[in-house]
Design a protein around this ligand. Sequence first.
Ligand SMILES: NC(=O)CC[C@H](N)C(=O)O
Length: 337
Amino acid sequence: KEVETKQKLANVVVLATGGTIAGAGASAANSATYQAAKVGIEQLIAGIPELSQVANVRGEQVMQIASESITNENLLQLGRRVAELADSKDVDGIVITHGTDTLEETAYFLNLVEKTDKPIVVVGSMRPGTAMSADGMLNLYNAVAVAGSKESRGKGVLVTMNDEILSGRDVSKMINIKTEAFKSPWGPLGMVVEGKSYWFRLPAKRNTLDSEFDIKTIKSLPDVEIAYGYGNVSDTAYKALAQSGAKAIIHAGTGNGSVSSRVVPALQDLRKSGVQIIRSSHVNAGGFVLRNAEQPDDKYDWVVANDLNPQKARILAMVALTKTQDSKELQRMFWEY
Ligand SMILES: NC(=O)CC[C@H](N)C(=O)O
């Protein structure tokens, strides 16, 4: 009988990359002061015996880092391993444990480049496992349950945090001290409660199987950088980033991706020299940048990121630039993904 239920359960692989979900503090009171990326995946899995009720789980330590230090090489390495596993008939779903600082970037990257309808779920925690009311155990349990569920297939890369199922495309870390940290401006897709998923909506943007990007054909990612807009800003950072080789600069703009009049001439020049200029917004609850609003994008040949925040715009720009150098194509991709 035991063998029978084991066979019916989905096979889920947990790829561990580090972060607070693998963190450890000196005392249980240390919910915010601790070291990230300390605990190995075997120990994390062993700490949640209930996982064996929702899936046949095995772990793989892909890296052990705090996610603010993740590089494009790390992204490619992880993406390639996810693709290999997704191709295996013995794997039904994949979970990635990840630091929360750049979790939204990795989730969006995988959402763009993984050609599979198998569930891929990215998860982290806001408190280390050593802390009182640690959230990692339940987040990971939920992630495995969602990754093992047939209902999760074909919904793009997902993120499970704080009982919610969110789209990897537009989820973002909105606060760094609460367990209710991850939100999408467009709301969660569903809830996961006691290992069962409850779905309410679906992503509308192209992803995974429906995406024109494929990790297997991406050899490297071009240099795309972000420069921040604020009062009294100068054009120094923009020029320096271009000089150091940036192929595109994401303008993390104020409000509607607005650009200071002190910066506009430099951005016009940079575009003429071949650098793509992409306007996004750093407003907190979700920017929404429209073409030719605030700045004449048609005239300057700039691109707008619409609802993608600057760090997500960087991810799409890198992936898009592996396919095209044409600003119109780039803009199409920013509307479609
Ligand atoms: N809550 C977290 O995971 C933050 C820890 C660390 N800065 C990271 O992103 O990996």
